[in-house]
Design a protein around this ligand. Structure first.
Ligand SMILES: [Mg+2]
Length: 379
């Protein structure tokens, strides 16, 4: 029995012990696993939590030192799936809104957690918006179904864990001294992400270039307003070893963005303007690619659909995150074998992560082999 099989059997046996063997039975001789329908019900719980950021997170539009999150659990026959909603203030969700949304849900009407499309569909139609809160349910449900089958989510999605891309580490706007310190902290990463969109953009890049020659990606967070300036910067940034440019102009400036995408030597990636699948269709001529985040789109089910739509339209795919615990970051990482790039460092920007999950080894996302999304509570 190899390591993966051992982990899987351990999970199955734990499931059997907890459920009295009523839900899952496993034949160790043949390895055959049988899932039986059960009369269990889905039990949703949630706890507000506040992430403490290691460094103040400064974008072109705001700065903060904490992020509110909601930690969710869905329990079914003694097995618990973990989920999370991360709610940076600019997205409009909060502890209060997430509590109101999650309280309004009645998952006890479902007796089969494998009816993921039905359950996620119910959650999605329960109320408008609330995408992070919806993602917290979707993630917990995927974690639960993985644990019930004893398989990591990437296997349930049919994905090869060897194909995870390199991930970037974000260097926020700061003084040259702090920027140098952040670049040192990012030593395990082979790509760095730089936040631009202020007066000192060139200085920031020059400071980073004075301490490292690693490839960079640049995220402007809608901070520029002028397309000619954006094009000039795109050429300059390409010379400085930048590989793509994220949301250089406000999403509403569609014509300017399309003009830029046509001329830019760097791929132009939409982030703030691309929340969900519908936004891809209305922006297919505007960007070269999209940045998918579970907290924007409502979870793994929606993110997977967005990836397929973007690919069908010939667009690049990036998977990103907010400042999040290892729970949501690791969940997103399970889809990363389908991405060109990923930016999954949100858990490393906080000092009070309650979970352990994905690892970054030689700059590459390395998925846990444990069932479900594979996170465990930190000791
Ligand atoms: Mg971005």
């Amino acid at each position: 029995m190899n390591k993966r099989e051992f982990i899987r059997y351990s999970a199955l046996l734990a499931g059997g012990a907890l459920t009295g063997g009523a839900f899952i039975s496993c034949n160790p001789g043949t390895g055959a696993v049988k899932l039986k329908r059960s009369d269990g019900i889905l039990n949703l719980r949630f706890t507000p939590y506040t992430l403490q950021l290691k460094h103040a997170f400064t974008l072109s539009t705001s700065s903060r030192t904490t992020t509110p999150v909601m930690l969710t659990e869905i329990e079914y026959n003694g097995i618990t799936g973990y989920g999370e909603a991360s709610m940076p203030p600019y997205l409009g969700e909060s502890h209060e809104s997430a509590e109101a949304f999650l309280t309004s849900l009645d998952l006890s009407q479902f007796t089969d957690p494998f009816l993921v499309e039905d359950i996620v569909g119910y959650v999605d139609s329960a109320m408008q918006g609330n995408y992070a809160a919806k993602a917290s349910v979707d993630i917990a449900l995927h974690d639960l179904t993985g644990k019930l089958t004893g398989e990591p989510c990437y296997r349930l999605f049919g994905l090869n864990p060897e194909k995870t891309p390199l991930t970037s580490f974000t260097i926020g706007l700061d003084t040259p001294e702090i920027v140098r310190q952040k670049v040192d902290e990012a030593a395990p990463y082979r790509i760095l992400k730089v936040k631009l969109g202020r007066e000192n953009d060139r200085e920031m890049i020059d400071v980073i270039r004075s301490v490292t020659d690693k490839p960079l990606c640049a995220d402007v967070n809608q901070g520029w307003k002028d397309r000619e300036h954006a094009l000039e910067m795109a050429h300059w940034l390409k010379e400085k070893g930048v590989v793509f440019l994220e949301q250089p102009l406000p999403g509403e400036q569609k014509d300017d963005l399309a003009w830029l995408t046509e001329r830019s030597p760097l791929p132009i990636i939409g982030d703030e303007a691309i929340q969900n699948a519908g936004d891809i269709l209305t922006n297919k001529e505007v960007y070269s690619g999209i940045n998918i985040k579970l907290m924007k789109c409502g979870g793994l089910s929606s993110a997977l659909k967005m990836i397929h739509i973007a690919r069908a339209l010939g667009m690049k795919v990036m998977i990103g995150c907010m400042t999040e615990t290892s729970c949501a970051v690791t969940a997103a990482a399970h889809l990363s074998p389908l991405a060109d790039w990923c930016d999954l460092d949100g858990n490393l920007l906080i000092s009070n992560d309650p979970f352990e999950g994905l690892k970054i080894i030689d700059g590459k996302v390395t998925l846990p082999e444990r069932p479900g999304i594979g996170v465990i509570k930190s000791p």
